[in-house]
Design a protein around this ligand. Structure first.
Ligand code: SF4
Ligand code: SF4
Length: 622
């Protein structure tokens, strides 16, 4: 049974504790024993780098979508000001690590194994170091950097952490742009949010720092243990973990003691509180790669993370000590992640040390401050000798991922002789901490049988390099796996792109077909409507016609009545005229009968005619 570290053990040395069998540890397969080369850089407190004249701050310093720039060229920016907002759920903001003027937003080379460039905000700094006003969630009681091994009274505000809501803490972490500082670079807030949802019960803090040369976590624990412990308590609260296990390699006794002292101080300061911090510090044997996430989980809990799965699948979340310290700074100081501790070491560095460096500082500036023997430089490696990669130049910036700058001199790092054929000795598989079959994967990688490689769980390979290190034929096995992974990822990306294009095409076709059908239906409806309207109009016209016809009948009858009346009147008038004419004729006959008109002379006859004419006229006048 694994036992907790008791408070009264704070003064007990790590070696004694291990000897006393206080810890029950499990083991992981494979692994190798490596020379630590840590003592060069961990002998002095953390130093601070000067702010450079120019800072180059990449907008993509994390897994996921790059931040979206919110400043423009010519803007004056303050230290701590947001330069780019998080873009999407898996993203993180980036902040200015010094005050000055934005002079460019452009692609610049960044330290990355791919050697690619990324969009960067370039700031020409001023001498004022003006800072935005930070808004911490908890008032910080300044904890001074004590010497390792000192017993400290942790003066953190009692009950402060429990008074905060998970949303408050996580939102502060998100706004501070905190990412996994152990190398994963996954946005911390997104990881904590998922862990909270998945009811994670164990928080594991990775303090192993197993890679040779690197000591940045070691000095952080030695000189700022309270920040680490308070950060851990904040993370533990957010994910709702019941317990926390800190896994630390047994080659860091000072850091171990400092953490124990910080826990003790916290417990002492909270002696009235009911809650214990529930943090156990567990030393693990220094065997590379004990600091690998899956290996540390296996050593501390005996549980195995499933192939291609996550620790959360087995109720565990793992964070690095430096991430915990960054969480402390965000919550207790309101400070975003604008600097990190970098180990500067190697034979070509005059004063190997750990330096707190503002993000965006050119590596050349950092090395100059540490004292560089330029003529001695053979290789500049970011990270350690096992998992790091060589930098093409030192005129590139320090990023959130820069944990170590190893500047080796000639013969410091062995350059392997040319590779020989595989002799099937199986040393590679014996050393593999993931229980893979490296020689088999090597053969498939060489023959580019990518499907077979996946069958052999290539993606479980953590690229620790143990197999390459153990191989007597000097085959650079891990390089084959990296190359194969890239090939597969590129092919998958291409396939995904093609799938996406096909889906978009199908969607477009479907949309066009739908639009066509909708158009035809609309035309049909229009036609139907028109026909209905026509029918309606015809019906209306018919009705009106009928109406008009009936009104015509009525007016016809009135007119006939009228015409009948008129005819009657006309007939009466005609009858009168006829009667008058008949009377006149009769009168004329009577007159001609009364007079003797026979034997008249011509004159007489003319007179008579004139008289008759006059009479006739008179009668007409009458
Ligand atoms: S260690 Fe090297 S030589 Fe031996 S089996 Fe593996 S690849 Fe082959
Ligand atoms: S690099 Fe991959 S295959 Fe090689 S030992 Fe490490 S995990 Fe195994």
């Amino acid at each position: 049974m694994k036992q907790s570290i008791k408070k009264n053990q704070t003064q007990q040395s790590l070696a004694d504790s291990i000897k006393a069998g206080l810890y029950k540890l499990w083991s992981f397969p494979g692994g190798i024993k490596l020379p630590g080369n840590k003592s060069q850089s961990n002998h002095q407190p953390i130093t601070s780098a000067k702010t450079a004249r120019q800072l180059v701050i990449p907008l993509n310093q994390h897994i996921g979508q790059a931040a979206e720039p919110v400043v423009q060229v010519g803007d004056k920016v303050l230290k701590g000001q947001v330069l780019g907002h998080a873009h999407g759920i898996i993203s993180a903001p980036v902040h200015a690590s010094g005050s000055g003027i934005v002079t460019a937003i452009e692609e610049r080379p960044i330290p990355h194994p791919s050697g690619l460039s990324a969009l960067c905000v370039v700031i020409d700094t001023d001498d004022y170091e003006q800072c935005v006003e930070y808004t911490p969630l908890i008032r910080e009681n300044k904890v001074s950097e004590a010497q390792a091994g000192e017993t400290r009274e942790n003066s953190a505000d009692e009950q402060s952490i429990t008074a905060l809501s998970n949303e408050q803490i996580n939102s502060q972490i998100a706004d501070a742009g905190i990412v996994g500082l152990g190398g994963a670079l996954f946005p911390a807030a997104a990881k904590l949010h998922t862990a909270e949802k998945m009811h994670t019960d164990t928080l594991i803090i990775n303090a192993a720092e197993c890679e040779p040369y690197i000591t940045c976590d070691d000095v952080l624990m030695r000189y700022r243990p309270e920040e680490v412990i308070l950060g851990i308590l904040l993370i533990k609260k957010v994910v709702g973990a019941k317990k926390c296990l800190i896994g630390i390699e047994d080659n860091k006794p000072e850091a171990y003691e400092a953490l124990l002292s910080a826990i003790s101080g916290y417990t002492h300061a909270h002696k009235t509180a009911q809650t214990e911090p529930q943090i156990e510090i567990i030393p693990v044997p220094a065997r590379y790669p004990a600091g690998g996430e899956k290996q540390l989980i296996q050593v501390l809990t005996g549980k195995e993370v499933p192939s291609r799965g996550l620790p959360m699948d087995i109720g565990i979340i793992c964070h690095n000590v430096a991430t915990a310290a960054a969480v402390y700074q965000a919550v207790y100081r309101g400070e975003p992640l604008i600097s990190r501790i970098v180990t500067i070491t190697g034979g070509a560095v005059k004063v190997p040390q750990n330096m707190e460096v503002p993000i965006g500082t050119p590596i050349r500036d950092v090395l100059t401050q540490a004292g560089l023997n330029e003529e001695k430089i053979e290789k500049v490696i970011m990270g350690g000798p096992m998992m790091g990669f060589a930098l093409p130049s030192i005129d590139i910036p320090v990023t959130k991922a820069t944990n170590c700058l190893l500047i080796s001199e000639k013969d410091e790092l062995t350059t392997p002789p040319p590779a020989m054929p595989c002799i099937r000795c199986a040393r590679c598989s014996d050393s593999c901490p993931m229980s893979l079959l490296p020689q088999q994967m090597y053969l498939y990688a060489k023959s580019r049988e990518l499907d077979k490689l996946q069958e052999y769980n290539l993606f479980d390979c953590i690229e620790c390099g143990c197999c390459s290190y153990a191989c007597p034929s000097n085959i650079p096995l891990v390089q084959y796996y990296r190359y194969a992974k890239n090939e597969i990822n590129n092919k998958t990306q291409e396939r995904n792109k093609a799938d996406l294009a096909r889906k978009r095409h199908e969607f477009r076709e479907e949309r066009l077909e739908k639009a066509k059908l909708a158009k035809a239906e609309a035309a049909r409806l229009r036609k139907e409507k028109l026909a209905k309207k026509k029918a309606l109009d015809a019906e209306k016209a018919k009705q009106e016609e009928a109406k008009e016809a009936s009104s015509d009948d009525k007016s016809d009858s009135t007119a006939s009545e009228k015409s009948a009346a008129n005819t009657t009147a006309a007939n009466s008038a005609d009858l009168i005229q006829e009667a008058i004419a008949r009377a006149k004729i009769k009168k004329a006959q009577q007159q001609s009968q009364r007079k003797n008109t026979e034997n008249l002379t011509e004159d007489q006859q003319n007179q008579i005619d004139e008289a008759n004419e006059r009479r006739s006229k008179n009668s007409q006048i009458e």
